[in-house]
Design a protein around this ligand. Sequence first.
Ligand SMILES: Cc1cc2nc3c(=O)[nH]c(=O)nc-3n(C[C@H](O)[C@H](O)[C@H](O)COP(=O)(O)O)c2cc1C
Length: 202
Amino acid sequence: MELDPDSLTARDMYQWLIDTIIPRPIAWVSTLSAGGAANLAPFSFFTGVCARPPILMFCPANDRHGRKKDTLLNIEATGEFVINLVPADLAAPMNATAATLPHGDSEFEAFGVAACASTVVRPPRVAQSPVAFECRLNQIVRLSEGPIGGNAVFGQIVRLHLADTVLGAGGRPDPLKIDPVARVGSDAYTRLGKLFHLTRPN
Ligand SMILES: Cc1cc2nc3c(=O)[nH]c(=O)nc-3n(C[C@H](O)[C@H](O)[C@H](O)COP(=O)(O)O)c2cc1C
C-alpha cells in the first residue's frame, strides 16, 4: 500500500500519522493564561530535540475552527510552560484534561489534578508526575493556518524534576519505575513491555 498525501484530506492524513507513529510519549503541558489561570492539556506530538541548549518540542495543532488552543495562547502570552510526563496511574486524569474548557478555566481544578509550584517558571507542575521539565519558550514555528494547521513549540529546559522513587541503579532514571503511558493511535494506550538491550557499534 502507498499513499500520496496530496490525495488525502487533512483529517485522513492526521489519522494515518497517529496510527503509524507509535508509540508516542505524552507531554502533559501546564501553562498560565495572561490572567494567571492554570491550564493543563496532553500532547503526543512531542519529543526532545537538542541537548545544548536542552530543548523539547511539542505541537499544539489549530483546533477544528482554525483557532489556537489555550496552551499555545498561554505560551505566546507568558513564554513559559512545564512538560509533565504521564505515569500509568495518571492516564485517566490525563485523558480528562483533553476536554475543551472555556479559556481561563483550569483543568487542574476541573479534574482534581494536584498541582505544586515550579522552581523557576510560574506555571505549576503536576505534583504526582515523576518527571517534569520546566521550560522557557525558545521559539514557535507556525507551520500552517486554518483547521488542523500545525504549530511547533520549542522550549528550553530551565529545570528538570525527577522523583526519587523513579531512580534506580546509580541514581539513573529507571524506565519501569517511571512507568510512562504512551499513545498508540486514536484512543489506545500502552505501557512499557519487556526491555531488551543492544550494544551500540562504534
Ligand atoms: C493523549 C492525547 C494526546 C494529544 N496530542 C495532541 C497533540 O499532539 N496535538 C494537539 O493539538 N492536540 C492533542 N491532543 C488534544 C488536546 O489535548 C486537546 O485539544 C486539548 O483540549 C487542548 O487543550 P488546550 O485548549 O487547553 O490547550 C491530545 C489529546 C490526548 C488525549
